[in-house]
Design a protein around this ligand. Structure first.
Ligand SMILES: [Zn+2]
Length: 478
């Protein structure tokens, strides 16, 4: 994910300029030709798949892909190399990259309730691509010489050494303007109608996203809201557009039951098999290790790294897997990097062979970092445990980092090793009931409010016998 688009841009200046967009009919200023846009997408897609991971259910992947392709074919750019993928991520999100690559998370699938709703989301993202929103936005940024946004909480000079995929992902989390959002909604509505889907389901998606936002307690905004602003006004505006259209042009396909059957069994929430936190303690049941980060640091379990950042965001700790065969080889590779100084020594952590030590590193912009690294052989792999910050501030962190790196150990607690994710389970209710009745009859690890949320209904709504409803099955984390 460290690839930058800089060389591409230099050529782009010569080739591109103003062109009429086929979806919007507007004149668009762009430094990026369609060929370059496609190239960008083809380069970004494998990185996204590698860093975020795919939902392993091939049936679900096929379902979303086929639906997406049907909608893309009725768009103004049917011949882009469109791909539609389900990302193995619990957050409620969907995003597009230039060139026709669209991603929905398993989190948004778990919350949607019909094919027509999924078509709204896919149609909206297709709209961002056909209207070339990212492309024009990137051109604007190139002009302003801002460069790509680094989508991370970290200062980039800190992220660079931690092996964290941040730069490429920045491309995904470019924030669209409100005008772009309205336009994508409008285009989404168009594609959904052309696909025969009931357009009235589109405003439902905004209600759902509002509910998800409220349920997160004003804390973490769902990603879709963060990058696709202003759902309140968007709902009103799309409702007005629908009202102005002839009723017979709105489409009738909803396919609620078919949709629910396809998402039956999808993992709900964080998957603890991929590792989970209890305070500053981290457990990884698949890789069978445990680790304690410094107290009070903000932690994040990413696909290729487990990361913690100090309160002032001036120090970082990261666990990654080394691609070297032995701790010695890994240490040699690390300490022979340009600008890195230090003398590693052999030792052990909880009985596992380890090589490591303190180091200084001079960055490209001549600032000096200081830190501590250890390479540990465990379970047939070599783990890199790395902590560092600016040299001037490192003394304040050195002790905590040292202790933390030394906490790496095997995970033996059978309860923690056996932890399982929660799943969505689709049930045909045997009699009329409300969500509260449903929760009492099918209790799970989540409250009735969560069931109301994933079924996108008010808690008091009464359902007819035979209605399919989602429940959540699983055990609370130990
Ligand atoms: Zn959007």
């Amino acid at each position: 994910m460290q690839r930058t688009f800089a060389p591409l841009m230099a050529a782009a200046v010569i080739l591109a300029g103003c062109a009429t967009n086929p979806a919007t009919g507007e004149k668009q200023f762009s430094l990026i030709s369609e060929g370059q846009e496609i190239q960008m997408g083809l380069e970004a897609d494998p990185s996204i798949v590698a860093s975020m991971g795919l939902d392993p259910d091939s049936g679900r992947q096929r379902y979303v892909r086929e639906m997406g392709l049907r909608l893309a074919r009725v768009s103004e750019r049917p011949n882009l190399p469109w791909t539609f993928r389900v990302i193995d991520d619990p957050v409620v999100n969907a995003f597009a990259v230039p060139g026709g690559h669209i991603y929905v998370t398993r989190g948004i699938l778990a919350h949607l309730n019909s094919e027509a709703e999924l078509a709204s989301v896919l149609g909206h993202e297709i709209g961002h691509v056909t209207a070339r929103h990212s492309v024009t936005q990137m051109s604007r940024q190139q002009l302003a010489q801002i460069g790509l946004v680094v989508g991370t909480v970290l200062k980039p000079e800190l992220a660079r050494y931690a092996g964290i995929a941040s730069q490429g992902l920045g491309l995904l989390f470019l924030k669209y303007s409100r005008d772009d959002e309205s336009q994508a909604d409008q285009l989404g509505l168009r594609y959904m109608r052309r696909g025969g889907y009931d357009a009235h389901r589109m405003p439902e998606v905004f209600t759902l996203l509002d509910r998800v936002g409220q349920a997160s307690g004003g804390g973490r905004v769902p990603e879709w809201l963060a990058t696709h602003p202003n759902p309140g006004n968007r709902r009103g505006s799309i409702e007005r557009q629908i009202a102005a259209l002839p009723a017979e042009s709105l489409g009738t396909v909803v396919n609620r039951d078919a949709y629910l059957r396809h998402i039956d069994g999808v993992v709900f929430g964080n998957n603890p098999r991929d590792g989970f936190f209890r305070g500053s303690e981290f457990f990884h049941p698949e890789l069978r290790f445990r680790f304690t980060f410094p107290q009070g640091w903000a932690t994040q379990n990413q696909r290729q790294a487990v990361v913690a950042v100090s309160r002032q965001q001036d120090a970082i700790e990261a666990i990654t897997l080394s691609d070297q065969a032995t701790p010695e080889a890994a240490a040699r590779a690390f300490f022979s990097q340009q600008g890195v100084r230090g003398t590693p020594s052999r030792g052990s952590i909880h009985g596992f062979a380890a090589v490591g030590g303190g180091f200084n590193a001079i960055t490209e912009d001549s600032s000096v970092l200081a830190g501590q690294v250890a390479f540990v052989a465990y379970g047939g792999s070599v783990y890199q445990l790395l902590a560092y910050g600016p040299q001037a501030r490192w003394p304040a962190y050195a002790r905590a980092a040292d202790q933390s790196l030394g906490s790496f150990d095997r995970l033996t607690d059978p309860t923690l090793l056996a932890v399982q994710p929660w799943h969505v389970d689709v049930v045909a209710i045997p009699q009329a009931m409300t969500i509260d009745d449903f929760e009492r009859r099918y209790p799970g690890p989540t409250p009735a409010a969560t069931l109301a949320l994933v079924n996108n209904v008010d808690p008091g709504t009464q359902f007819r016998s035979g209605t399919l409803l989602k429940r959540i099955v699983g055990q609370p984390l130990p």
